[in-house]
Design a protein around this ligand. Structure first.
Ligand code: AMP
Ligand code: FE
Ligand code: FE
Ligand code: ZN
Length: 284
């Protein structure tokens, strides 16, 4: 069983359409794939409709949250949510608010670029996004305009938190997010919390607190995690009785990581399914 529980489509900042994503997942030899676009479920229906026979589809999302950093200051955190009921009103409303923050934030960053004379068209950038706008859309526009050589180069400098064009957005407090996901029958897993190259890290004490509030798991095997960090996270998950997942965080050609680059063990996937009651996986 090959299981990848974290991927993105054109519904957010991936480059495969949801249909291409599930076809590519089957072609890559995966048995199970989760679609986890940022703050939206808008890719679910297309992925379901295009799912090749034999591939199990897990409907999920990656939610933009905020927690307490190791340094005591707020830090952005990504929380994976699986198999929740998308019609839960409070959760649906919060997702919509997050997408609004994303649009306002991409526009604010694009406006700063225009004010600086960069050849960026904010309307065109926003017209080219799916339900969920993000910095990768700005990165691609900067590459297309010849301002930077690559998406990665854009993130190193122009789009970085310390860079000249960064704008904040207001994300969901982790405790609220864990509660909403649980209320909607979903399972929550903290994504890539040791991805050091993305910036400051979440305090481990936050995981202890969230485990009490219903957090279900930690993403341990991730392309941005070092071996020592994976070992430390495994220790933390074991100590707190949390699920342990592994995933590629595939974004199509926006990143160089392939589908299935990291995987989740079958027993952990089974345990995740046991905790979910929002919507079923789509299989057979
Ligand atoms: P945003 O959601 O707008 O804050 O943008 C963050 C997204 O950009 C994340 O989902 C990452 O997948 C993506 N990202 C971060 N760093 C890089 C990078 N160096 N290259 C490509 N994508 C990146
Ligand atoms: Fe992303
Ligand atoms: Fe993420
Ligand atoms: Zn992701």
């Amino acid at each position: 069983m090959r299981i990848d529980l974290h991927t993105h489509s054109t519904a957010s900042d991936g480059t495969d359409s949801p249909a291409e994503l599930v076809r590519n997942a089957a072609a890559a030899g995966l048995d199970v794939v989760a679609i986890t676009d940022h703050d939206t479920t808008s890719g679910w229906a297309e992925a379901e409709a295009a799912r090749p026979a034999g591939l199990t589809l897990v409907r999920g999302m990656e939610m933009s949250c905020t927690g307490l950093g190791e340094d005591g200051y707020p830090v952005p955190v990504h929380l994976l949510a699986y198999l929740f009921d998308p019609s839960h009103a409070g959760f649906a409303q919060e997702r919509e608010r997050l997408r609004g923050e994303r649009v306002a934030r991409v526009r604010a960053m694009a406006d700063k670029m225009v004010a600086d004379g960069l050849p960026i068209d904010p309307d065109a950038v926003l017209a080219g996004t799916g339900a969920s706008a993000g910095r990768p859309h700005l990165a691609r526009a900067l590459v297309a305009a010849g301002v930077v050589e690559s998406v990665d180069a854009a993130f190193q400098d122009l789009l970085a938190p310390h860079g000249p064009y960064y704008a904040e957005k207001v994300d969901t407090p982790l405790a609220t997010a864990v509660r909403l996901i649980a209320e909607a029958g979903g399972v929550s897993v903290v994504a890539h919390m040791k991805a050091r190259k993305r910036g400051r890290l979440l305090a481990e004490s936050e995981i202890v607190r969230l485990a009490d509030l219903g957090l279900s798991g930690l993403e341990i095997d991730h392309p941005d995690h070092s071996d020592p960090d994976r070992a430390a996270l495994l220790g933390l998950a074991t100590e707190l009785g949390l699920l342990r997942t592994g995933s590629s965080d595939y974004h199509g050609t926006n990143k160089t990581i392939a589908l299935g680059a990291c995987e989740t063990a079958p027993d952990q996937f089974e345990a995740l399914l046991d905790k979910a009651s929002g919507v079923p996986v789509i299989a057979s």
